[in-house]
Write a protein that binds this ligand. Structure first.
Ligand SMILES: NC(=O)c1ccc[n+]([C@@H]2O[C@H](COP(=O)([O-])OP(=O)(O)OC[C@H]3O[C@@H](n4cnc5c(N)ncnc54)[C@H](OP(=O)(O)O)[C@@H]3O)[C@@H](O)[C@H]2O)c1
Length: 347
């Protein structure tokens, strides 16, 4: 009798154990704010899918500047909850579970998207995400490219068109145009008929002119305000002194949109210009539009380097240099898709 009971228990535990194993995932997480050394590879419970959400097996995650800015506990001390935090917003992967009331997406679909700012978690094997935050990944575009894109593309679209309301024929000055947000903003602005003046360091000239910039300003060689004036909008990805010197290059009524800090209200009033600081929000609909541009080869996503998940700390160190060309990406699964298609650059 007891033997039978024990056997039954063993048989019961085997499938439970197997299931428990499937429910665990590898992730990069930090238990306290600090240097890149706080990033550790851990095994944690995989998130469960719920109504209106899908679970995605992540193939690649974008390394966004904001990931390490939060990790340092610096300007984002108002972040809504304390560590432990799994960083990461942009991801690309394949749906492995679908919640109730989800339409338009099914298990096996390749998708990409962005998690909300308050709930990062893309440096992990699985994310659970609201279907309204994802779009189908175009065939022939790698997961690495698709993971790099969401935060830069959404930030750029929302800043240039949502806030600055730029129209064809107007001129925008884009600071940090070689960076993750900047190089996508440059291309989206050009695609809408907007004239672009791009700032970058000396070695970025060919890259930025190649992406379509109408004018390149080497910010290391001369103050941009010596050669730029009367622009309709400034996209500030740098802040500080760069933001302060930007007020003077706007035409009356022009607008500075900062991704970094609120513009000075006194300066705006005194000069008769406008200014706003924005926070990016997820949008699957916007990503669908971007995906079409990518698939048609009209958008180039520059990836400086792909790192394995376990090298997240190295990727953060590189990103913290603020000298990355385009974006860095963490790869969680080998990417089978062709990168030659879709206007994507390496890798
Ligand atoms: N508010 C939001 O919702 C939101 C969303 C996304 C990003 N952000 C923030 O926006 C900022 C930019 O993000 P990102 O991901 O694009 O950064 P990034 O990729 O790290 O930007 C790096 C680029 O910045 C350029 N750069 C550095 N200093 C510069 C200067 N003084 N003048 C001109 N260019 C300069 C570098 O160009 P060179 O190599 O040519 O020097 C480099 O290519 C970050 O602070 C990020 O947190 C905010």
């Amino acid at each position: 009798m007891i033997r039978h009971l024990l056997l039954g228990l063993v048989l019961l535990l085997v499938p439970l154990g197997a299931q428990a194993e499937i429910q665990r995932m590898e992730a990069v997480r930090y238990a306290r704010y600090g240097s890149p050394d706080v990033l550790k590879v851990v095994k944690v419970r995989a998130p469960d899918v719920r109504k209106g959400f899908v679970r995605v097996r992540v193939h690649a995650a974008g390394v966004n500047t904001i990931d390490w800015e939060i990790r340092k506990g610096g300007p984002f001390t108002g972040f809504p909850y304390p560590p432990p935090i799994i960083p990461g917003y942009g991801f690309s992967g394949v749906i492995d579970a679908v919640g109730k009331d989800v339409e338009g997406f099914a298990v096996g679909d390749a998708v990409f998207g962005m998690l909300p700012l308050a709930t990062p978690g893309a440096y992990a094997e699985y994310v659970v995400v609201d279907v309204r935050a994802i779009a189908h990944k175009p065939d022939g575009v790698s997961h690495a490219i698709a993971a790099a894109l969401p935060m830069p593309a959404l930030t750029a679209s929302q800043a240039l068109f949502g806030t600055a309301k730029l129209k064809a024929g107007q001129t925008v000055l884009i600071h940090g145009a070689a960076g993750g947000v900047g190089h996508i903003a440059l291309q989206l602005a050009k695609a809408s008929g907007v004239r672009v003046i791009a700032t970058g360091s000396t070695g970025r000239r060919e890259f930025l002119l190649g992406l379509g910039a109408d004018q390149f300003v080497d910010y290391t060689a001369q103050p941009f305000e010596q050669v730029v004036r009367d622009v309709d909008a400034v996209l500030d990805t740098v802040g500080g002194d760069t933001l302060e010197r930007s007020y003077g290059v706007l035409k009356p009524g022009g607008i500075v949109v900062s991704l970094v800090e609120p513009p000075d209200e006194g300066e705006l009033r005194r000069r008769g210009i406008r200014g706003e600081a924005i926070l990016v929000a997820p949008s699957g609909k916007m990503l669908e539009v971007v995906a079409r541009e990518l698939a048609a080869g009209r958008l180039r996503v520059e990836i400086e380097q792909v790192f394995p998940l376990a090298a997240a700390a190295t990727a953060h160190r590189r990103s913290e240099s603020r000298r990355v060309r385009g974006r860095l990406v963490l790869s969680l699964l080998p990417d089978e898709a062709s990168d030659a298609a879709g206007g994507a650059s390496r890798p």
